[in-house]
Design a protein around this ligand. Structure first.
Ligand code: PMP
Ligand code: GLU
Length: 397
């Protein structure tokens, strides 16, 4: 019988891209949709980065590079880690990939085996459990809610650890909640992990530069866990380069080597042009990051205020990234005409149909009471989106 493999049959499509697709389809029909679905900066890639990419084409950077990326780029990343994070790595510990997404998958495929447990604090980014399943691992979810600002405690972490725990995935600043672990909170987690030397920490820091709280804290800064922490990062979010597909890991050498072997067999190096662009991003003027962060913070303040004016939304104040994740469960059980809202996905579809605003339901983020809104959009569009949503939500009874 012709069929996809068992592995694929049990894999869910990405909810973020599914909603983005629905919103594009409506736009193609001429409907004016405000998209708060897929999370990516609305800014153009800074000019000096584009110039470097054009130069790379003219200079014929058109051949395969080393699988892990050009040495110059890996040196630039080592320098960034030293300067911004106070962490010491060698270029051999850096592997560049097609986005942070591939970097995460590489690590999971490299260290997780059948039946290994991977701890994932919820709410989580939709792709984490699916990536773990691809690696034949078992996602073990540690739940948190709005009362703890969507962060887990050291006690919860300790309670979730079993002899089968192989990896803990962390994401701070978080997609989808915007929560950021403080240094003190991160230390609490590191102290628990110090007692469990066989657990690898996969620290997704893709939103490092979009932090309204303070200086970014990486769990790798705690010496007790440094030698088994893998940092995942990239240029997608901080430098507005989602389409360039350039992410990387900074890892213990044995994990970097494993990821290099894996990547060497299935995708080889990431695009050489994107690598030269990323190198320019890391060695160039960092003012562009600061400017975008300021704009995101202003929009965060704007959307928090507007969301708090919507009856029934319970809103936490994000400290980073560019997502708002209100609890919308007050609308469950309500109806308008033929439409009954039973869960956040119903609400997202209702808002798309009635208000022409695209959001993503929280269930695939491990939060079935919440709905995600990306505020990486212009102030005008955000004001318009919240006005439309407020009107549509008022119709539900
Ligand atoms: N991690 C998180 C938490 C994300 O939100 C994203 C966004 N796509 C990624 C990783 C993947 O980033 P990239 O586009 O570099 O693959
Ligand atoms: N990280 C973004 C999001 O969560 C991009 C889409 C994706 O890769 O899932 O919307």
């Amino acid at each position: 019988m012709l069929s996809v493999s068992e592995r694929l049959a049990s894999l869910s499509p990405s909810a973020t891209f599914a909603m983005a697709q629905k919103s594009s389809e409506l736009k193609a029909q001429g409907i004016d949709v405000v998209s708060l679905s897929v999370g990516e900066p609305d800014f153009n890639t800074p000019n000096h980065i584009k110039v470097a990419a054009k130069k790379a084409i003219d200079d014929n950077f058109s051949f395969y590079s080393p699988v892990a990326g050009y040495l110059e780029l890996r040196k630039a990343i080592v320098e960034k880690l030293k300067k911004e994070n106070g962490l010491t790595y060698t270029p051999a510990q850096i592997v560049c990939s097609n986005g942070a997404k591939q970097a995460l998958c590489n690590v999971l495929l490299s260290v997780v085996g059948k039946g290994d447990e991977v701890l994932i604090p919820a709410p989580f980014w939709v792709s984490y459990p699916e990536m773990v399943k691809l690696a034949d691992g078992i996602p073990v979810i540690i739940y948190s809610d709005i009362k703890s600002d969507f962060k887990i405690t050291p006690e919860q972490l300790e309670a979730a650890i079993t002899p089968k725990t192989k990896v803990l995935m962390l994401c701070s600043p978080s997609n989808p909640t915007g929560s950021v672990y403080t240094r003190e909170e991160m230390k609490g987690l590191a102290e628990v992990l110090a007692k469990h030397p066989d657990i690898i920490i996969l620290s997704d820091e893709i939103y490092e530069h979009i932090n309204y709280l303070d200086k970014h804290v990486s769990i790798a800064e705690f010496p007790e866990v440094f030698d088994r922490t893998v940092i995942v990062n990239g240029v997608s979010k901080g430098y507005a380069m989602t389409g360039w597909r350039l992410g990387w890991i900074a890892a213990p050498k044995w994990i970097a080597d494993a990821c290099g072997t894996l990547q060497g067999q299935y995708t080889s190096n990431p695009s050489t042009i994107a690598q030269k662009a990323a190198e320019a991003a890391y060695v160039g003027d960092q003012q562009c990051i600061a400017d975008m962060r300021v704009a995101f913070e202003r929009r965060k303040n704007l959307v928090v205020k507007m969301a708090r004016e919507i009856p029934g939304f319970v809103v936490n104040e994000p400290k980073g990234a560019f997502y708002l994740f209100p609890d919308c469960s007050a609308y469950f059980g309500k109806s308008y005409k033929e439409t009954r809202i039973n869960n956040p996905e119903d609400l997202a579809l209702y808002l798309l149909a009635e208000a022409h605003v695209a959001c993503v339901g929280g269930t695939d983020f491990g939060a079935p009471n919440c709905i995600r809104m990306s505020y990486a959009n212009s102030d005008e569009q955000l004001v318009e989106a919240f006005k439309r949503m407020k009107d549509a939500l008022e119709k539900l009874s």
